[in-house]
Design a protein around this ligand. Structure first.
Ligand SMILES: Cc1cc2nc3c(=O)[nH]c(=O)nc-3n(C[C@H](O)[C@H](O)[C@H](O)COP(=O)(O)OP(=O)(O)OC[C@H]3O[C@@H](n4cnc5c(N)ncnc54)[C@H](O)[C@@H]3O)c2cc1C
Length: 378
């Protein structure tokens, strides 16, 4: 049994990334004593730092057969972002680059036409707000679009943020609420007992009333103690950034590449390599991404490449998060945010807060014991 003395509960959060930091801040604001244990020397350097920082509820909901549970979670999260950005701004050392200027999905040629039809059908199915634009209207929204443009879908509610500024802002905000963020503290064992949950690793040992597992794809390393973590699927992404030689009026989500403006750079993404978790960048793949981006916005061809990098998304076999209580008592799972963890962080954090404080449940679509397929190697 986990201790029921939860008036000012001690919460330990494994992982200082998008979900762990967001959860810690949300819990600290609710009066809990929070300690984030981050393996790396600096928090926020995992998938959070690697990501595109797009808050693309509309596009993501319409592009894939995402399902109603995802769309609802993403909608709730997006609705929290204005408030989050405002509250986090005073804690940010660098501009957060937050704006809600929409996503534009331009279609090129007959393939693009068919894709726009599918986006529109899914947006109607899920009740996602959109505008269907002809080519001239699309060019009015985003000047400089390439040849063969047949039209575009625009998701006006979508936004973006500088994800690299977000991590440090969250760390400062947690500390301002009295929370602790310990770095170079990899957790290697978790065991629940009568009075709580014990965590240990090379940096030491600690006990908590409740533990949140939010260590991204590397949560898998803890699957001996927390079995659900073994269901995560690493999905590597390669990305690049270029000098901001064109003015992006919002995110651009095209078929073969996306573009998002950050202070001082434009990020272009991303590959999606299921099962891969290495950090190699392959020039032929980043060249393909760059060419795809230049076909969308030819003005980018004169932009110098600033940086090339990789990150690993915490995926699941149904692409939905794992959000709920673990079979390991006292542990709540904040896993599987996959390619939308920045977007989903506020709503996942609130759900995690409600679960650890016994104040609410997660949507059953995200239940840890739903049928999920583990990744088999070889
Ligand atoms: C290329 C790419 C592009 C993306 N683009 C977007 C986007 O545009 N919009 C969006 O919303 N999402 C995007 N994502 C997805 C988003 O980044 C992830 O969903 C999100 O970061 C997942 O959050 P997390 O907290 O689960 O993992 P992470 O952010 O990776 O954080 C996990 C943390 O746990 C730490 N850790 C690992 N093991 C341990 C341990 N044993 N003990 C302690 N700490 C540990 C890690 O060091 C890391 O800091 C993208 C991801 C990638 C890779």
């Amino acid at each position: 049994m986990v201790s029921k003395r939860l008036s000012s509960p001690r919460m330990a959060i494994i992982g200082g990334g998008a979900i762990g930091l967001a959860s810690a801040w949300t819990l600290a604001r609710a009066g809990a004593q929070v300690t984030v244990l981050e393996a790396g020397p600096v928090a926020g350097q995992g998938a959070l730092a690697a990501s595109g920082g797009m808050l693309a509820q509309g596009f993501e909901g319409a592009n894939e057969d995402a399902g109603r549970a995802f769309v609802a979670l993403a909608e709730r999260s997006l609705s929290l972002w204005d408030d989050w950005a405002e509250r986090l701004a005073p804690h940010a050392a660098a501009p957060l680059g937050y704006r809600r200027s929409g996503s534009l999905s331009p279609g090129f040629g007959s393939r693009g036409e068919a894709w726009l039809e599918r986006l529109e059908a899914n947006a109607l199915l899920y009740g996602i707000g959109f505008e269907r634009l002809d080519a001239a209207a699309a060019r009015a929204v985003q000047p400089g679009l390439g040849d063969g443009l047949v039209g575009a879908m625009r998701f006006p509610g979508d936004g973006e943020i500088d994800n690299r500024a977000l991590g440090p802002a969250l760390v400062n905000a947690i500390r301002a609420e009295g929370g602790e963020v310990r770095t170079s503290w990899p957790v290697t064992r978790v065991s629940s007992g009568r009075d709580g949950v014990a965590l240990s690793g090379p940096a030491g040992r600690m006990e908590a009333d409740r533990v949140i597992l939010a260590a991204g794809w590397q949560s898998r390393d803890l699957s001996e103690d927390i079995p659900e973590a073994g269901l995560l699927v690493p999905v590597k992404g390669q990305m690049l950034s270029v000098a901001p030689v064109v003015d992006l009026t919002g995110c651009i989500r095209a078929v073969d590449a996306y573009l998002s403006a950050k202070p001082g750079r434009i990020v272009i993404g991303a590959t999606s390599e299921v099962g891969a978790s290495d950090d190699a960048t392959l020039p032929y793949l980043t060249s393909i991404l760059r060419e795809a981006a230049e076909a969308v916005l030819p003005g980018l061809s004169r932009a110098e490449t600033v940086e090339v990098w990789t990150g690993v998304r915490p995926g699941t076999s149904d692409s939905l998060p794992i959000l709920g209580r673990s079979a390991c008592e006292g542990v709540v799972l904040g896993l599987g945010a996959f390619r939308n963890g920045v977007l989903l962080a506020p709503a996942m954090a609130e759900t995690i807060r409600d679960l650890v404080l016994d104040q609410g449940e997660a949507d059953p679509a995200f239940a840890p014991d739903r049928p999920l397929t583990a990744l088999t190697q070889g």
